[in-house]
Structures are given as structure tokens and as C-alpha cells.
Design a protein around this ligand. Structure first.
Ligand SMILES: Cc1cc2nc3c(=O)[nH]c(=O)nc-3n(C[C@H](O)[C@H](O)[C@H](O)COP(=O)(O)OP(=O)(O)OC[C@H]3O[C@@H](n4cnc5c(N)ncnc54)[C@H](O)[C@@H]3O)c2cc1C
Length: 550
């Protein structure tokens, strides 16, 4: 489907295919609205594939006195844990407490107690030094007075967006990626009458008619509607992460560290077989049309946090697999330090155009209701569904197919694909129901998403439908032949197009998902066998760690 073969008239058009747009789209379809979603690049291409991948209340919001935002987030976390097992998963956190640390034990304990009360479960506890060190063996012991253990949750952010969009489409919505909204049209009274959309790949334009539009374009929202408050504008704040192999930073649970320079929390998060370290928080002065990328300054900041807290691991930046950076949509008067800016969302209503920006991944459903409440006056009479009903249908029982998949692997693919997981497994070649080394992704997911999920480029497939691009060194270059073999019968690319896609993908990885100023990623045919290379690095690392410990 593309802009040429969709109807002229829509009840509602949602602009932006990140978590905010996807949540509104899903809820609008549940209300029986004839809704179209358009995304300029690819679904989750913006901030929603570049988050810290936590579904959390956010302890820092409590510190700032944002009780309601924290409470709403914690309630959403609990709901998502129940509704989307395998996609949103409980995550234990360890937080070391050092002598003279700020915030100290008393303040943290008060915050965590409040946090527990909001969740009505998942209690925290304080562990004495010896027990804490058993839970987190490589942590710096000098000055350690113990540490907290508490719970939050983790998610595959891009798959959360994709699951909302694919299920909304299966229930009757229409979604187009690589389709940009270029102009909002209004009638003589200033009310919205339609919009112009542009197929960014083929170049053609189309005029569509509608009296209701939601602008959910995150950090780009002021491109379609300026802030009504001339003192408060979107301030693009970049947050970046480093990705390490698990053997380099062997943590069984997430760790919340206080950065020695600015006392901000930095997280170390075990995720999909790798470990994420992040995030930073600083003004983004790169071109907003380009993908954001980590800078040397941010690398030094993040490395300092882990080098100081895990001295015996002797972690080297050379072991880093990948990096990724995202832009927070934050409304600001530009006066506060980045980390003190409010993460609340805002809604602006302008005669049929509702703009919603800011907020968090975690609270997407509440943001969807706020946007739909605001746009309701411009829609035909609505069926209002039960707001407490589940967004995601309950996972089906594990079928009696002899697939060889473990219970956890089933849970993971049910979480990511909903009921479609059954057809993924049924249509898979049994030998592809195995994990891609270094990840939890099954080879069989690749041909499945290639067939089902509007792939236009190799980067859509490897960075957002599955996450190999950030989980395997050099974007998974060593697996590209196998990936091509699996997806060639499905994707409409001839040999030359595959060559172009591979080169374009590796260039994207080099520029935006690697470390700056490192060597170009070129496909080398006579490379050292990748497995031996990984083994060699791992042995070198272990040797170094052992020497350090002696
Ligand atoms: C580093 C970092 C870590 C974070 N960690 C967390 C976390 O752990 N948990 C949490 O809950 N939140 C987290 N957040 C916040 C969360 O990720 C964002 O609030 C959320 O992803 C924003 O989603 P969005 O849909 O509003 O914007 P986006 O995801 O940016 O989506 C907007 C989309 O609109 C598209 N677009 C722009 N202009 C147009 C147009 N004219 N036509 C069509 N499409 C257009 C863009 O291409 C983009 O895909 C984090 C944010 C950052 C930066």
C-alpha cells in the first residue's frame, strides 16, 4: 500500500510513527475511527528505538517532586508487565551506596518506599556490603556501605511500537512508512480540512481530506505547529548509549550508578544478550534531519562511570559493540540544566490540529487518551471503549507444536509478535528457530518480518524490526550473507539492489551506530573467522581481569 492507493477521506490522520503516534493509532482503531498513520522515515526511526528501554516510574522524577508523573508511570509499568509478557519484562536493579554519596541511603530509601507503595508490590531491600558484593561481584568496594535492590521493567522499544502498529493495522487501521506530512490544509474559518503527504522514496505528493489531525512528531513537532507559548519551545536534548558484549560487563541485573562528575544516574542494563550503558543528557546541536550520533565527549563520560564503578573489569572502549543516540522531546524555556528539564507531555489544540509532544515511552497509553480527548470534538460521534481494557490481547497458550523452542523463547516471540507468533513458528524452517549468536533473536524472525512489516530498507529490518544492528559488532556484517539468503525470496530487491542496500546499511552503522573516528566498516571476504576473533578477545579480556584481581 502507498499514498496512491489509499482513500481520499479520513476521520483522523496521525502524523509520526514513534510510540506516541503508535499508541494513539492503536486506541483510535479500538474506537472504530477510520484512521491513517503516516511516518516520514520508518516506524520507530525517531527517539522510540533509541531509549534506555526501560518501562519505569523514574526515581529521578520523585526526587523532583513529580509524584503524579511517577505514579502514572508505575501504574503503566504494572499494567504492561501483565499485558505484554515477553515484551515488557521485570528487571531487578542494584544500586550501590557509598560513604558521602549524594543522594545517600536515607533519601534513596524514602524514594524507594514511595515507589513500592505506588506499585503495590515488587518491594525494595537494602543489602549489607558483603551480600551486595555477592550480587554484584565486580563493583568497587572502597567506601561501599551496601546497596539497594529494587525492581523496574525493560522493553524492546521499537518492537513495542511495531506491535501497536501491526495489531492496529490487523484491526482495520492504515499505516504508511516513508510518508511525510508536508502541509496542514485549512478552510476559510481556519479549521483543518486536510493535509499534503509526500512519498519520500518515490517523490509523489497526494492531498488527503480530514477534519482531525494529531501531530505526534516528537522532537520535530514544531515543524508542523509552533509552540503557542512563545517562551517555551522544544529543546532537543541528546541521550546516548554504549553497547557491550555481556562477557565484558557480566551483570545479571541492571545497575544504577551515580556518575562522579554530575551525580546523574547512569544505568548498566542487561538487554537481549548484550549490556547497555547510558545515558547522557546534553543539548543536541547536530542536524535534526540526520540520525543523531554519540560524540567522543559522551563516550568519555559513560566510560568514566563504568571504569570507576567496576575497576577490576578493566573495561576497554575497544570492546564496545555499538552505540546509539536519541533526542528527547522536551519543552523548555532554555534556562535549566538538561537533566532538570520536565519530561511531562503537553497538548496544544488548534482548530482540528492536536499536537502532543514530550512524555515517555512508558506512559504512551495515557498520552493517547489525552490526544484523543483533545481531538474528539473534530471527529464523528465515537464509540468510547473501556479505558481499563487491555491494549494487547492476552498471549495464547503455548501450542503443542514440536518446535524445540523453550518456554522463554515462546514467551519472547509472543511478546514481540502477539498472536502472529504462531504463524511465525509454523512457517519457519525448523533449523531457523535458533538464536543468532550474541542475541536472542531467532533467524526465523527475519523472513517473517520481511514478509509482514513494510520493510523498505535493510536498516528497517536490522535496526528496528529486529535489533541485530545494535547487538552485534559492525551491525552484524558477518551475518549479511545468511540474512540475504533468508530474505532474498521475500524482499523485492535484485542482486544489485541487495548490494546497494548492504553498502547503505553498513554506512549507516558506521556513521550513526559505531564509535566516531573508527575505521570504516567494509565487507571483507577474507576476514578472520568471526567466532575465533570473539573467542580471542574474550580470552584476552579474562586474562586481563584475572591479572588485575591477583
Ligand atoms: C536517550 C533516551 C532514553 C530514554 N529512555 C526512556 C526510557 O527508558 N523509558 C521511557 O519511558 N522513556 C524514555 N525516553 C523517552 C522516550 O524515548 C520518548 O519520550 C519517546 O520515544 C518519544 O516518542 P515520540 O513518538 O513522541 O517521538 P519519536 O519516537 O521521535 O517519533 C516521532 C516520529 O515522527 C516522525 N516525523 C517527524 N516529522 C514528520 C512528518 N512531517 N511527517 C511524518 N512523520 C514525521 C519522525 O520520523 C519520528 O519517527 C528516553 C529518551 C531518550 C532520548
Amino acid at each position: 500500500m502507498n499514498i496512491c492507493n489509499i482513500p481520499d477521506r479520513w476521520d483522523l490522520v496521525v502524523i509520526g510513527g514513534g510510540i506516541t503516534g503508535a499508541g494513539i493509532f492503536r486506541e483510535a482503531v479500538r474506537m472504530g475511527i477510520r484512521v491513517l498513520l503516516v511516518e516520514r522515515v520508518d516506524y520507530a526511526w525517531g527517539t522510540s528505538s533509541r531509549s534506555s528501554k526501560l518501562v519505569h516510574g523514574g526515581l529521578r522524577y520523585l526526587k523532583e517532586g513529580k509524584i503524579l508523573l511517577t505514579k502514572a508511570s508505575v501504574e503503566e509499568r504494572e499494567r504492561l508487565l501483565e499485558e505484554a509478557p515477553g515484551l515488557v519484562e521485570i528487571l531487578g536493579f542494584l544500586m550501590p551506596v557509598y560513604k558521602d554519596q549524594n543522594p545517600g541511603r536515607t533519601a534513596l530509601s524514602a524514594g524507594l518506599t514511595l515507589y513500592d507503595m505506588m506499585a503495590r508490590g515488587h518491594g525494595h531491600e537494602f543489602l549489607e556490603t558483603q551480600e551486595f558484593c555477592m550480587m554484584l561481584p565486580h563493583v568497587k568496594e572502597q567506601g561501599l556501605t551496601g546497596g539497594f535492590h529494587f525492581y523496574d521493567a525493560k522493553v524492546d522499544d521499537a518492537r513495542l511500537v511495531l506491535r501497536l502498529i501491526t495489531e492496529a493495522v490487523a484491526s482495520g487501521g492504515t499505516a504508511l512508512n516513508y510518508t511525510e506530512a508536508t502541509e496542514i490544509l485549512r478552510n476559510g474559518s481556519g479549521n483543518v480540512s486536510g493535509l499534503i503527504v509526500h512519498d519520500t522514496e518515490k517523490g509523489n505528493l497526494r492531498e488527503l481530506s480530514t477534519s482531525a489531525i494529531v501531530n505526534a512528531t516528537g522532537s520535530w513537532a514544531e515543524g508542523l505547529h509552533p509552540s503557542p507559548d512563545e517562551k517555551r519551545h522544544l529543546r532537543p536534548l541528546r541521550g546516548s548509549h554504549l553497547v557491550f558484549p555481556h562477557w565484558t560487563l557480566p551483570v545479571a541485573q541492571a545497575v544504577a550508578l551515580i556518575h562522579p562528575d554530575d551525580h546523574r544516574p547512569v544505568f548498566v542494563i542487561p538487554w537481549e544478550g548484550a549490556v547497555l550503558v547510558g545515558t547522557t543528557d546534553l543539548d543536541h546541536d547536530q542536524d535534526m534531519i540526520m540520525e543523531p550520533a554519540i560524540t567522543e565527549e559522551e563516550i568519555s563520560y559513560l566510560m568514566k562511570a563504568i571504569e570507576i564503578h567496576f575497576p577490576s573489569l578493566d573495561i576497554s572502549i575497544d570492546e564496545c559493540i555499538a552505540s546509539f543516540a536519541g533526542i528527547r522531546p522536551v519543552l523548555s524555556e532554555g534556562k535549566l540544566p538538561p537533566s532538570e528539564e520536565s519530561r511531562d507531555h503537553v497538548v496544544w489544540i488548534d482548530k482540528g490540529l492536536v499536537t502532543i509532544t514530550g512524555g515517555k515511552l512508558t506512559t504512551f497509553r495515557r498520552m493517547a487518551w489525552d490526544a484523543l480527548d483533545a481531538v474528539k470534538a473534530f471527529l464523528p460521534p465515537l464509540f468510547i471503549p473501556d479505558r481499563t481494557a487491555a491494549v494487547f490481547p492476552p498471549p495464547p497458550d503455548i501450542p503443542g507444536i514440536d518446535s524445540g523452542l523453550s518456554r522463554n523463547a515462546w514467551k519472547r516471540i509472543f511478546g514481540r509478535y502477539g498472536a502472529a507468533a504462531l504463524s511465525l513458528v509454523r512457517t519457519a524452517d525448523p533449523k531457523d528457530l535458533r538464536e543468532i549468536p550474541g542475541t536472542m533473536t531467532l533467524w526465523a524472525e527475519l523472513p517473517f518480518v520481511a514478509r509482514q512489516e513494510q520493510i523498505r530498507h535493510l536498516s528497517d529490518l536490522l535496526l528496528r524490526r529486529v535489533r541485530i544492528g545494535i547487538l552485534v559488532r559492525d551491525g552484524g556484517k558477518e551475518y549479511l550473507d545468511r540474512i540475504q539468503e533468508l530474505c532474498e525470496p521475500i524482499l523485492p530487491w535484485n542482486k544489485n539492489q541487495w548490494k546497494t542496500e548492504r553498502a547503505r546499511y553498513l554506512d549507516t552503522i558506521r556513521r550513526f551506530y559505531s564509535l566516531p573516528h573508527r575505521k570504516p566498516i567494509i565487507e571483507e571476504k577474507h576476514e578472520v573467522i568471526p567466532f575465533l576473533r570473539r573467542l580471542w578477545m574474550s580470552l584476552q579480556h579474562r586474562g586481563r581481569t584475572r591479572r588485575k584481581q591477583q
